[in-house]
Design a protein around this ligand. Structure first.
Ligand code: LLP
Length: 461
């Protein structure tokens, strides 16, 4: 839950003193409800933790908030105000950055298939860096920059072969994925040269490219620092070797995002300070071992900043009960009834695709009132025409939950609104930000008119 979320005496969830019934009254449901102060605090905490850990190594860390997790103009401006930079990965995200007045060194561009228009737009905005994903793209960026008589600041995205899972990682020799330049020696037709090295050699040969350094992103929702540390070691080794071989200096190293958050009580992510410390220890000792000046470190957290700042508010509609056994490994409790209740809400996979896409787990609570009814095994489902349209797979909700009640699902700040759709012609929910006891819309919810706007009607039939 975001800081500032509480239950009042009537059992109503409040955020910064604003009750969910007020929010529903004013903005309707479903609704994303975000704490602005919590967002700002988490952004600052991340920056402070990494700055502190890396202070003696490279004077601090540049934190690029990963806009893909959730971006709108208000959020982009908070990011800038809190001293973070912004990572974008499309022309659309650049457009939001432009609206928020973010440009120059505070902005980066990612993407494995940037269009010429996006590259030009990035150069127009005097972008701090373009993270180049392939040899193909490097050549294209070089040509475009050269035709404009400019120099593009470039980082090379490498795949260090670290496969990060939540609790484990395995190092592999070869990469088989669409992102990045492989560090494996036989990864290009050029005998003995890795795609990564070929890119370094090419980048240093283009007059229109300024090679800032190297980048990697090993995955997302990662709890243990080990994978980040191994990736840092690998990239530093490669950076040192390339600096020596090509007589260059690459002043920057980006270690990507991927820091995990708790979605349910079983998730136990490490605090940012602990991860930062583990990464700093590795960077410090590896640079000493390689005898190189440590590059300036940057990171790109998205989920860890925005994920927990937001909950989704839904209204309960129809209910039905199905006979099932107790969930595996769980003992039947006396005060629990085990027929499972399907609790339908007024949104679903169109505002949170993560359960259906990634089997993601969430939790939910009754948000509009107190209840002394016994907990009942419930499954919160959406209103879409798919049986996989599940919001929360298993949760114990009071047995008297009924139509008209409000449910709140925490942890929906990252990759929920961002991945939302109009499936079944549902309007995408708005996003409300609460600060100092007042709520304001930062993204308007769609209306039926919005939904019909792009439908050309019969005019062109
Ligand atoms: N940097 C790069 C290059 C990335 O590709 C990503 C995420 C990030 C940073 C931010 O990662 P974060 O700190 O948010 O984990 N839709 C999926 C997650 C996709 C992540 C894509 N890239 C989900 O909902 O779990």
């Amino acid at each position: 839950w975001a800081a500032g979320v509480e239950k009042n005496d009537a059992g109503e969830v409040t955020i910064d003193g604003v009750s969910v019934s007020e929010l529903k009254e004013q903005y309707g449901t479903p609704l994303f409800v975000m704490s602005e102060s919590d967002f700002r605090a988490r952004a600052r905490a991340f920056k402070d933790a990494f700055d502190a850990a890396f202070a003696d190594i490279c004077g601090g860390v540049d934190v690029y908030y990963a806009g893909k997790s959730f971006l709108c103009t208000a959020v982009a401006s908070w990011v800038a105000e809190e001293g973070l930079r912004l990572d974008t990965c499309s022309g659309g995200e650049l457009a939001v950055a432009a609206r928020a007045g973010i440009e120059g060194p505070n902005l980066g561009l990612h993407g494995n298939n940037k269009s010429d228009a996006e590259i030009n737009r990035a150069l127009d905005m005097l972008l701090g860096r373009i993270v180049v994903d392939s040899l193909d793209e490097l050549e294209r960026v070089a040509k475009i920059a050269s035709s404009r008589g400019e120099t593009a600041k470039v980082m090379l995205r490498l795949t260090p072969g670290v496969h990060a899972h939540t609790h484990e990682f395995i190092a592999t020799a070869h990469e088989d994925q669409k992102f990045g330049l492989s560090m494996a020696e036989d990864s290009t037709e050029e005998a003995g040269l890795s795609a990564a090295e070929e890119a370094v050699a090419a980048a240093t040969s283009y007059a229109s490219i300024e090679l800032l350094g190297l980048h990697c992103h090993i995955g997302s929702q990662i709890f243990e620092p080990d994978g980040f540390a191994v990736a840092a070691e690998k990239l530093l080794g490669f950076l040192a070797a390339m600096q020596a071989k090509y007589s260059i200096v690459m002043p920057e190293l980006d270690l990507g995002g991927g820091y995990g958050i708790a979605y349910t009580p079983v998730d136990t992510p490490r605090p940012a300070a602990e991860i930062a410390q583990a990464m700093a220890d590795v960077v410090r000792s590896k640079c000493a071992e390689l005898d190189i000046t440590p590059p300036r470190i940057s990171i790109e957290p998205g989920r860890a900043i925005v994920g927990s700042t937001t909950f989704t508010l839904y209204e309960v509609g129809t209910l039905k009960t199905v006979r099932v056994d107790a969930p595996e490994g769980e003992e039947t409790q006396e005060n629990v009834t085990y027929p499972r209740r399907y609790v339908s809400v007024d949104g679903g996979m169109s505002d949170n695709a993560r359960p259906v896409l990634y089997d993601a787990d969430y939790s939910a609570i009754l948000a509009s009132r107190n209840s002394s009814a016994a907990p009942q095994l419930s499954r919160v489902v959406g209103k879409h025409c798919e049986s996989g349209d599940i919001v929360v797979r298993d949760v114990y909700l009071p047995a008297d939950v009924a139509a008209g009640d409000l449910l709140a699902v925490p942890g929906t700040g990252a990759y929920c609104w961002a991945l939302s759709s109009n499936y079944n012609y549902l309007a995408r929910p708005g996003v409300v930000a609460v600060r100092d006891g007042a709520a304001r819309l930062i993204v308007r919810g769609e209306t039926e008119e919005d939904l019909l706007n792009r439908d050309m009607g019969v005019a062109n039939v």
